[in-house]
Write a protein that binds this ligand. Structure first.
Ligand SMILES: C[S@@+](CC[C@H](N)C(=O)[O-])C[C@H]1O[C@@H](n2cnc3c(N)ncnc32)[C@H](O)[C@@H]1O
Length: 285
């Protein structure tokens, strides 16, 4: 038999091989809440634990090999809702919540038609669909596994986003009269890999993260070109961007003919979002 406090200290201590103390402790609290229904207050009371649920022991083993807790629990918070996640989708990030927030703030009209490219868990289009007034929202991704999760999230959250499979690098967009195209495409260069935490590298889908160093803005240029045929005049394009490439992305969008191209900083003061407007005279290709 062990006590809740003893187990907490043991787990938090073991996790400090991978995480700073405070993060290790909050991960253990997260596990205790999910598998034991116990909160910090219960740990302070130091109850006895008769048996350990096998799920908890397995979850701890997974944490110790660096698996992100969101994959272990199968869910992640995003813009006030809980999204199902699996290792075939990127874990939604807080920067992306800021992108959703920017789009909502700049587009209060009702009945907008929106497309999300590289949708992953579906966190962007589902959030826009549920926060906006009577929009029509589409999401595309190259990964069937990701689309399955996105569709399940739409069902669970009662959203009517229509998802379909497409390779944006190879196919043309079959959408017309869109008001908004949004994308958080793969944008981490392979050379940036060493800077990333092992739990991202070993567990998150590389298809969602990486681009070749020779052409780090590939998705931005392809999407900017293809979007011209699908956006209405005055329609807008929003991207999440690699903070190292703000200026280059703006230049690329301006060269493609977008107007009012503006870079936005996230809460940490990093250049993380960009928006451009399809001018009335932009060439269709
Ligand atoms: C950075 S993740 C973004 C996921 C999600 N939108 C988010 O913000 O959490 C990029 C997504 O693009 C998808 N993707 C990669 N290559 C693609 C391609 N050629 N065509 C369409 N989607 C692609 C990946 O499967 C992945 O889901």
């Amino acid at each position: 038999m062990t006590t809740l406090q003893g187990l907490f200290q043991d787990y938090a201590h073991k996790l400090q091989v991978l995480y700073p103390k405070q993060e290790a402790e909050s991960l253990v609290l997260w596990l205790f809440e999910a598998y034991l229904g116990k909160k910090r207050m219960d740990i302070l009371k130091n109850e006895n634990l008769e048996t350990l649920p096998s799920g908890l022991t397995l979850a701890m083993e997974n944490l110790l090999v660096g698996m992100p807790i969101q994959y272990i629990l199968g869910k992640a918070p995003f813009y006030g809702r809980e999204f199902e996640v699996s290792p075939s989708v990127l874990i939604p990030r807080s920067e992306t919540e800021e992108l959703v927030h920017l789009i909502l703030k700049e587009n209060p009209k009702e009945g907008l038609r929106i497309l999300d490219i590289g949708t992953g868990s579906g966190c962007i289009p589902i959030s826009l669909d549920l926060e906006m007034n009577t929009p029509t929202v589409f999401g595309i991704d190259i990964s069937e596994e990701a689309l399955e999760i996105a569709k399940r999230n739409a069902g669970l959250l009662q959203s009517k986003v229509a998802f379909s499979r497409m390779d944006i690098l190879k196919e043309d967009l079959p959408f017309e009269d869109l008001d908004i195209i949004v994308s958080n495409p793969p944008y981490v260069r392979y050379s940036e890999k060493e800077l990333m935490h092992t739990n991202v590298l070993a567990h998150e889908p590389h298809l969602a993260l990486f681009v070749y160093d020779e052409d780090p803005l590939l998705f931005y240029s392809v999407v900017s070109q293809k979007a011209k045929n699908s956006l209405k005049p005055g329609g807008k394009i929003y991207f999440e961007i690699n903070e190292a490439f703000g200026k280059e992305t703006r230049h690329l969008m301006e060269k493609s003919g977008y107007e009012e191209v503006t870079i936005f900083e996230d809460l940490n003061g990093k250049q993380r979002m960009i928006r451009g407007v399809k001018g009335k005279g932009i060439d269709r290709q």
